[in-house]
Design a protein around this ligand. Structure first.
Ligand code: ADP
Ligand code: TRP
Length: 324
């Protein structure tokens, strides 16, 4: 069995781009019999920027509810909150002592954040070390991440190798898995859908608000009667990701025939979203209405994770000369 591990940020609820580009492929991979997935919500990392307990808590539940609504199998796999296994912070300290200062100072994501944020705290600086601890603590073999996390994975391997070099085979050296052909879901303004561009579609919103988001999709100024180009339309691009072949062919034909407005196309897109995700939407509402159920699931996951974590830590303590 390969241990596949990944962390998800909890800055808001996953949007349609995250769902199609990252969550559904990850769930598919976790269902493979040859894989065992560790999936956690990186809520300790969130404290580098979030300054509200309520926001932090809600984001965690919203994110967990999305994964559960899409059927992530928490019995086969291990699903937990990073903060429920504080052992990771102990390992992060040990790893800090093997992390060259210039390596962190040169990290792209740190330099980027440091130039944008007014609060440049040390947590932001050592973010990659906590991430390395997330991975190393659980003896992960494979870590699927987006391209932007590639450098963090390289650092993780460097840190783990530095320890192994001094102390023998202490850590498993993880491989990153970066899918270069990941689909790019466009946002309502036609750019890549992203939380940071505020152009996302949140499929878990109540019907009216969701419809409003869909209606915000940009289109050119053509009037109802005009013939429209289906190859140059964000609405069609999004519809293609969700509708079946027949529905898509029908929308394209309507574009070319005229007397079909962008409003009609957006309505069709809205309906396909409601239809395709009706089960997940209902499940999300149900989960958010009673977060105790999620607490139970997450704590059960944390207990499974803790067993692995404690094992790794006692191995490390013994190697470093601490009482284990
Ligand atoms: P955001 O840009 O909204 O902050 P993240 O950077 O947190 O999203 O991405 C989380 C995961 O979702 C990553 O694996 C990323 O590749 C994927 N993802 C994000 N936006 C999109 C998109 N528009 N299309 C496809 N996948 C996406
Ligand atoms: N830094 C990752 C991101 O921004 C989230 C993350 C935290 C992570 N710890 C991890 C991803 C460990 C993979 C493995 O998306």
């Amino acid at each position: 069995m390969a241990r596949v591990l990944t962390g998800v940020q909890s800055t808001g609820v996953p949007h349609l781009g995250n769902i199609l580009g990252a969550m559904l492929p990850a769930i598919q991979m976790s269902n493979q019999p040859e894989n065992e997935a560790f999936l956690f919500i990186a809520d300790l990392h969130s404290l580098t920027t979030v300054r509200s307990a309520e926001v932090l808590r809600n984001n965690t539940y919203g994110t967990a509810a999305a994964w559960l609504a899409f059927g992530f199998d928490t019995a086969k796999n291990t699903f937990y909150r990073q903060s429920d296994v504080p052992e990771v912070t102990e390992l992060a300290w040990y790893l800090n002592c093997f992390t060259p200062f210039p390596m962190l100072a040169n990290a792209h994501s740190f330099k980027d954040k440091a130039s944008r944020l007014s609060d440049v705290n040390a947590g932001l600086f050592t973010y990659p070390v906590l991430m390395a601890a997330d991975i190393i603590l659980y003896d992960a073999d494979v870590v699927p991440v987006g391209k932007d996390q590639k450098q963090h994975l390289e650092m993780t391997r460097d840190i783990a190798n530095a320890v192994n070099h001094k102390y023998g085979e202490v850590f498993v050296i993880p491989e990153s898995q970066i899918d270069e052909n990941v689909m790019i879901v466009p946002g309502v303004d036609g750019q890549k859908m992203s939380k940071s561009y505020n152009n996302f579609i949140d499929i878990f919103l109540p019907e009216k608000q969701l419809r409003k988001q869909v209606m915000k999709i940009v289109s050119d100024g053509k009037s109802l009667e005009d013939v429209k180009d289906p190859e140059d339309s964000v609405i069609v691009d999004l519809y293609a990701l969700l509708a079946d072949d027949k529905q898509l062919a029908q929308m394209k034909a309507s574009y070319l025939a005229g007397n079909y407005g962008y409003g009609h196309a957006k309505q069709a897109l809205f309906e396909v979203i409601m239809d395709r995700f009706s089960k997940e939407r209902a499940e999300h509402v149900r989960l958010m209405a009673d977060v105790n159920v999620m607490d139970d699931v997450l704590l059960e996951g944390a207990n499974k994770a803790k067993l692995v974590a404690q094992n790794t830590l006692s191995r490390v303590r013994e190697k470093f000369g601490y009482h284990s």
